[in-house]
Design a protein around this ligand. Structure first.
Ligand code: NAD
Length: 496
């Protein structure tokens, strides 16, 4: 079956995917014998049925990772770098296959899925390059007597937990630095979108990842997988991307073993438009920051804070741009907005809009679910909700833009910061002094200035406050998987 917009035979690709767990270099059935279905959110169709891992399987995966950790840490950096370079090459060559799988299991339009393959593959290339640039330091201590050397060592076996919204990129953002550092890993993809990971594993075997270095377990009870691993002293790190609620649970569990953690959690991004902004550029940025990935991105613009003098113009142009979008199955030609991931997400967004209406909002376009198969929702613009409304306070995670007004810079900063989250923020203004003042005032890990999309493998991506801790990508992304060891050596000329 060839789809209109892809050359990939999706039926054959789905049938070729392994359905088991990947442990110690081989595909295995889950010990429970239980399975779960993976659905297409655009049609409700079952795409595949996979084995569901339990605690025993998770521990078997950790056993496999622990068994090869010492040898893997000793491999020359060049060898690990070349594995990542081959991984980059293979993923790039298979862009169409990865993109088709992501569109099928997650819903994003094919063009965006191809964009994710490029973005996700870049982490493989970036960390391939970083693998051979892991520097230490050497100096004499100021008082003399000791010469010191610092070096980087892999933290050890890692548990990597990924969400459903970027099935490939969230995995490569963790896998690549772990490989670069010399860590082995148990990867647990989201149960809503595990197929991309199954294909990724097949590809990584071909790239030369040795057995035991990458182990993958997925199941319907994620806590049954993560808990025994986090409790196990052989595990040295958990890296999690997902909701703040689950991140907090994992951090509490990790505290017992004082485990290293990296947490990439939820966001509530302000998108601030000043009166001196180029409004057309701001609207283009707003569409990218809001509608990328159907609005299901942690960096998605969640609160449009617009100066009162340009609020009407910005609103009219945003509504017009939203009304041009085509909603539909991401496999079809010309589709801009795919379905939401599941019915629960659709109901949550409908609830946010109802609450906003009770708190002063007017719906200017869209406003509801679209009847029929699949979890489709209309691109929506609201204006006038109060800051008490849930839509101001919570992550929307869907194609809904809510516009608020401000009168001066201080008010914009206060409004932007009035959230427990601190991941992405966006500023649109033609005044570069303002950019620096805003960057000083904003409590966010990422600031986009006249730019609606700022993610890149070369930059340190991550949040402050309840959006998490640690950074992924950039040189900092590798630090998350290494420990600094200091060696103090007696100076041969000291104390003679
Ligand atoms: P989620 O927290 O429900 O799930 C994320 C992962 O955690 C999945 O693999 C899931 O199976 C697993 N999980 C769920 N409950 C668990 C538990 N009790 N113990 C262990 N694991 C558990 O989040 P989601 O709905 O998949 O993803 C959306 C969220 O992810 C949003 O809040 C979004 O902002 C966030 N996100 C953050 C970033 C970032 O880089 N900061 C990137 C993408 C998504």
């Amino acid at each position: 079956m060839a789809d209109s917009t892809t050359s990939v035979d999706t039926k054959a690709l789905l049938e070729s995917l392994p359905t088991g767990l990947f442990i110690g270099g081989e595909w295995r059935d889950a010990s429970s014998g239980e399975t779960f279905d993976v659905q297409n959110p655009a049609t409700g169709e079952v795409l595949a049925t996979l084995q569901s891992a339990n605690s025993d399987d998770a521990l078997a995966a950790l056993d496999a990772a622990v068994k090869v950790q010492t040898d893997w840490a000793r491999t020359p950096a060049r060898q690990r770098s070349e594995i990542l370079a081959r991984a980059y090459q293979l993923v790039t060559e298979r862009t169409e296959e990865f993109a088709a799988l992501m569109t099928l299991e997650m819903g994003k339009p094919l063009a965006e899925a191809r964009g994710e393959v490029k973005y996700g593959a870049e982490y493989l290339r970036w960390f391939s390059e970083e693998t051979v640039r892991q520097y230490g330091n050497s100096q004499e201590v100021p008082e003399g007597g000791i010469r010191m050397v610092t070096r980087r060592k892999p933290v050890g076996p890692c548990l990597l937990i990924t969400p459903w919204n970027f099935p490939l990129a969230m995995a490569t953002r963790k896998f690549a630095p772990a490989i670069a550092a010399g860590c082995t890993m148990v990867l647990k993809p989201a149960e809503l979108t595990p197929l991309t990971t199954q294909y990724f594993v097949q590809t990584m075997i071909e790239a030369g990842v040795p057995e035991g270095v990458l182990n993958v377990v997925c199941g319907t009870d994620p806590a049954a997988i993560s808990e025994p691993l986090i409790d196990d002293p052989r595990l040295r790190k958990v890296s999690f991307t997902g909701s703040t609620a689950v991140g907090k649970i994992l951090m509490k569990q990790a505290a017992d073993g004082v485990l290293r953690t990296s947490m990439e959690l939820g966001g509530n991004a302000p998108f601030i438009v000043f009166a001196d902004a180029d409004i057309d550029q701001a609207v283009a940025g707003a569409m990218a920051a809001k509608m990328r990935n159907i609005g299901e991105a942690c960096t998605a613009a969640n609160r449009f804070l617009v100066h009162k003098d340009v609020a009407d113009e910005f609103t009219d142009k945003l509504v017009a741009a939203m009304e041009k979008l085509t909603v539909g199955n991401g496999m079809d030609d010309g589709v801009d907005v795919g379905p939401l991931i599941e019915e629960k997400a659709r109901q949550n967004i409908a609830g946010l809009i109802e609450d906003a209406k009770k708190n002063g909002a007017t719906v200017l376009t869209g406003g509801g679910a679209i009847d029929g198969d699949g979890f489709f929702f209309q691109p929506t613009v609201l204006r006038g909700a109060s800051t008490d409304s849930r839509i101001f306070q919570e992550e929307i995670f869907g194609p809904v833009a809510s516009i608020y007004e401000f009168t001066d810079e201080d008010e914009a900063i206060d409004l932007a910061n009035s959230t427990p989250y601190g991941l992405a923020s966006y500023i649109f203004s033609e005044n570069s002094d303002r950019m620096w003042r805003l960057a000083d005032g904003l409590e966010f890990g990422i600031v986009g200035f006249n730019a609606g999309v700022v993610s890149n493998a070369a930059v340190p991506f991550g949040g402050v406050k309840q959006s998490g801790q640690g950074r992924e990508g950039g040189a900092e992304g590798l630090d998350e998987y290494t420990e600094v060891q200091y060696i103090g050596v007696r100076d041969p000329y000291a104390n003679k």
